[in-house]
Design a protein around this ligand. Sequence first.
Ligand code: NDP
Length: 464
Amino acid sequence: MPTTTSQNDRPTLAILGAGGDLTERLLLPGLGSLLARDPGRDVTVVGSGRSGMDDDEWRGLVRSALREGGCGPDQADRIAATTRFVALDVTDADAFADFIDGLDGPVVLYFALPPAVTATACEGLRGRPLRDDVRFAVEKPFGTDLASARDLNALLLDLVPEDRVHRVDHFLGDANVLNILGMRFGNRVLEPVWTAEHVERIDVVADETLALEGRAVYYDSTGALVDMLQSHLLLVTALVTMEAPARLDATELHDLLATTLRSTHVWRDDPSACSRRARYTAGRAGGRDVVAYTDEEGVDPSRGTETLAEVVLEVRNQRWAGVPVRLRSGKALGEDSMRVTVTFRPPPHVPEAFAGGAPPSRLTMGIAPGRVALDLATNASGDSLALEDSHLDTELGDSDLLPYGEVLGRILDGDRLLTVRGDVAEECWRILTPVIEAWESGAVPMEEYEAGSDGPVEGNPGTT
Ligand code: NDP
């Protein structure tokens, strides 16, 4: 619903680390798409970072990033006219506290900072009085492992109650991710077969043709497992496997996500047999020549960072026990494909006359590109009694509201529906901790795949 903001309740979005990649490439364009959708909405944007940017440079950046997201020129000018940039080291606790006090409320403090800096900045606020109209928006990854995620949650809750903390995973704002809920709960035909009795396996895949693209500083200390599987793909998995909500509000959704994640474990508790790590060698992906990951500028090969991660999980509950759920994400692959594919079991009996049996039925929910595809056995080719695969495929319309716009709009309104609750964030780390430990111990060898290929396919992580 369009929003009209009066001068008094106009929120301030204070971006900490505003000179970084996230702000320019995702956050401000997201805000631009939100303003295009909801022109009556008003917000004061304040940027900050250590290296001072002058106000004109910052205004120019804000204007062009908002326009990039679809915001009209007048709106972009209006926001740019009231924005300012403050030189601030958030680890200087006095300066940080003064900065917060000086903001016009209500305030969203958006931590677009390296995770360790976010933790130090929050630590500096401990024990200080904090205004009660301030909310925290914290970027993923939430911590660097289970213990640090718990510490970060405890620290945040020492500062503000959980209902004023917004942990951001922008996948939850993606219209095609949310389509998983729409499809599952808006159609009668799916839920009855959405069980281990009918489903043979689930694949949650995020493959991309992009290689490192100059992001070595971030990526080489993160890797595919933490960058993609640890939060993004686990949340998608939870949306696919959770029980049906009676209503779509924050409490209900968060409870259901937490419940299914608590039941989720590495397949047979054997991370060595059920996970794979690999990195790309030189090749050609996405129409570009790609050098081997270990030759990319800024990469330290001794870190052993993977560019492809694959893990098989099991949701151990009545609905899903025994169904392998495979998560995989890789860089510099032959195809851009982010999707969930549900493969159904064969019919209990196929009449013998159908020579060769039936090809598997599959439902694919495409996240990027957005699509829905169904593979069904038919004898459509006219061959009297031979079954073959018929592929029905439809594109989903693009949403003009970018994922960060969807998420930011709700944060500015104090709506927590698309926020990652603290226990959900911790469960995501808990599920993958055995894999991280197995990889650190060397129990899972690093494989290689040629850039532009389908990735390693031989000897898929076992599910027996
Ligand atoms: P960058 O490294 O590009 O930017 C981080 C910013 O933080 C820099 O502008 C830096 O500016 C500032 N900064 C660092 N230390 C301090 C400090 N002590 N005080 C104030 N500012 C500081 O990171 P990104 O923008 O890429 O990422 C930010 C966060 O968003 C991370 O948590 C990341 O995981 C998350 N994220 C990023 C995505 C992306 O695609 N970029 C996607 C999803 C999440 P300066 O040195 O001038 O102070």
